[in-house]
Design a protein around this ligand. Structure first.
Ligand code: NAD
Length: 496
């Protein structure tokens, strides 16, 4: 096992320590090229990350492959204990990693980054405790033979991350993969790689060299080299639909399993008998306004019964107006920035389309910060779009920003049809006081994660994954570990 010292308490020092390198086989390996990472809140560079070539990517796969047999041979509980211990170690250094995450993503430290670290550490402890569940079955095939199934690791897993919640998404992938006996190469998100490196460094203290490896680079070079590598046995990806398709094709070319989490346009249906206060709180939490709406599960289509519409809108806008948008590192800040100028442009283009639509209304909430130290373009206001036709791009497509569509409804069957009318199927929520409505709606909604009277984000032990264009496979549960990170072998013993 390689000894890695505790992280410096200063996030700038932590970032500097990962300048232009990958974490391979337990050590920092410099790369020939680098790419600058910006602090979205200031527009200034915070460090140079690795820009891995195809060969440098292949070296990471080789390190993971070399560590595979030894790791898989450990008793499952021993692997689980190490992953749980890694979770506790991450929790102990969470504040430093949260500050690194804040600097590179622009997400508010108090409302977002600290919570992300807490869920990330919890996921490691959760999966560590599931190691004993890597069980097979006995099969009643023949009375004079013993027929059993066993669960085996797949080999080297490639885990490709986006920038929005990199640490939670990383643990959703690597914790079940490692507990199941696989070794992993994580491809960090190029906009926000350093918190991924810092968290991995902490985990590596509890793992044999090469079991966990982290690389960074752009998608077409590093990501594509990873998905095409002949020694990668499984790909798990979260990101855009477009890249998800490319990754799926790369897996198909070598006939290896691929899990995809690709986003959504999740409906929130508020019925006439819903508790108004809860729905307003649920809309703000569900839309992830404090994360600038950068969430695949964001409740970005809110269908409100006509009898509650005006009261709901008044309370929602009042609460959104009270949010403080500002320096992400400031303890008083509720909402930080969008990740990049490119994303800000995409989001603004959607809002402009809504503004150009006859009869539509656009409401912008809260005040933008006014500080010469902050880059103005990446702070966006929580924005509500009203009175849009259902086939409008803002209603149908994922905007991935702080923009929610609010629609008025009166006919229950029609609103269920609208809720199901996008190409996605990630999540949905229903808000009602009637069990009969809840049961009917949850049965009819076309989404992989349906909640009633709450709008929680990913929870350990609750299977999470979408239908349709939202992706393939489940995460966060025992089922996710067994189905997506092991293969099942059938063994028949006959000594008759
Ligand atoms: P992306 O899909 O472009 O990138 C995600 C990851 O895939 C990154 O690590 C990237 O380097 C890698 N990648 C890119 N091209 C690749 C290739 N050819 N082969 C292998 N890997 C490749 O996502 P993004 O640029 O981070 O965000 C763009 C859009 O994706 C957003 O606007 C949003 O709609 C969506 N998104 C969804 C989620 C989600 O949680 N579902 C998260 C982030 C972004």
């Amino acid at each position: 096992m390689t000894h890695v010292p505790h992280l410096s308490a200063d996030p700038a020092d932590v970032i500097a320590s990962y300048a232009q390198c990958n974490l391979l086989g337990g050590t920092r390996i410099p790369t020939a090229a680098g790419m600058e990472v910006l602090n979205p809140a200031t527009g200034k560079g915070i460090g140079m990350a690795a820009a891995s070539s195809a060969d440098e990517t292949a070296a990471a796969v080789a390190a993971a492959k070399a560590a595979g047999a030894g790791w898989a041979a450990l008793p499952a509980r021993e692997r689980g204990k190490r992953i749980a211990a890694a979770g506790r170690a991450l929790a102990a250094e969470a504040e430093t990693v949260a500050r690194v995450l804040c600097l590179e993503t622009g997400k508010a430290l108090r409302t977002e980054c600290r919570g992300e670290l807490s869920v990330a550490a919890d996921l490691l402890e959760f999966y560590g405790g599931l190691a004993s569940e890597l069980k097979g079955e006995t099969v009643p095939f023949h009375p004079r033979s013993l027929t059993v199934t066993t669960r085996e690791p797949l080999g080297v897993v490639a885990a490709i991350l986006p920038w929005n919640v990199p640490l939670v998404l990383m643990m959703l992938k690597i914790a079940p993969a490692l507990v199941a006996g696989n070794t992993v190469v994580v491809k960090a998100a190029e906009e926000a790689p350093f918190a991924t490196y810092a968290a991995a460094d902490i985990l590596m203290r509890h793992l044999p060299a090469g079991v966990l490896n982290v690389i960074n680079g752009d998608g077409p070079t590093c990501g594509a080299a990873l998905t095409a590598h002949e020694d990668v046995a499984k790909i798990t990806f979260t990101g855009s639909e477009e890249v998800g398709e490319t990754v799926y094709k790369a897996g198909a070319e070598r006939i290896i399993p691929v899990s995809l989490e690709l986003g959504g346009k999740s409906p929130m249906i508020i019925c006439a008998d819903a508790d108004l206060d809860k729905t307003v709180t649920g809309a703000i939490a569900g839309m992830r306004f404090t994360r600038q709406g950068q969430s695949c599960t964001a409740a970005s289509r809110i269908y409100v019964h006509e009898s509650l519409f005006d009261a709901f809108l008044a309370r929602l806008t009042a609460q959104l107006d009270a949010l403080t948008i500002g320096d992400p590192m400031d303890e008083g800040t509720d909402v930080g920035t969008i990740i990049s100028a490119r994303q800000a442009e995409v989001i603004s283009a959607y809002v402009e389309k809504a503004e150009a639509t006859e009869g539509a209304r656009v409401i912008r909430c809260a005040r933008l910060p006014d500080s010469p130290d902050l880059s103005p373009d990446l702070f966006l206001q929580p924005t509500l779009l009203l009175d849009l036709p259902e086939d409008h791009p803002c209603v149908q497509e994922e905007i991935f920003g702080p923009v929610a569509v609010i629609q008025k409804w009166s006919d229950y069957d029609a609103v269920i049809a609208c809720a199901n009318a996008t190409r996605y199927g990630l999540a949905a929520t229903v808000w009602t006081g009637a069990l009969s409505t809840a049961l009917d709606a949850t049965a009819r909604l076309n989404a992989g994660y349906v909640q009633v009277n709450q709008n929680l984000t990913i929870q350990p032990n609750v299977s999470y994954g979408g239908f349709g264009r939202s992706g393939l496979g489940k995460e966060a549960s025992l089922e996710a570990m067994l189905e997506h990170f092991t293969r099942k072998k059938t063994i028949v013993l006959n000594f008759d």
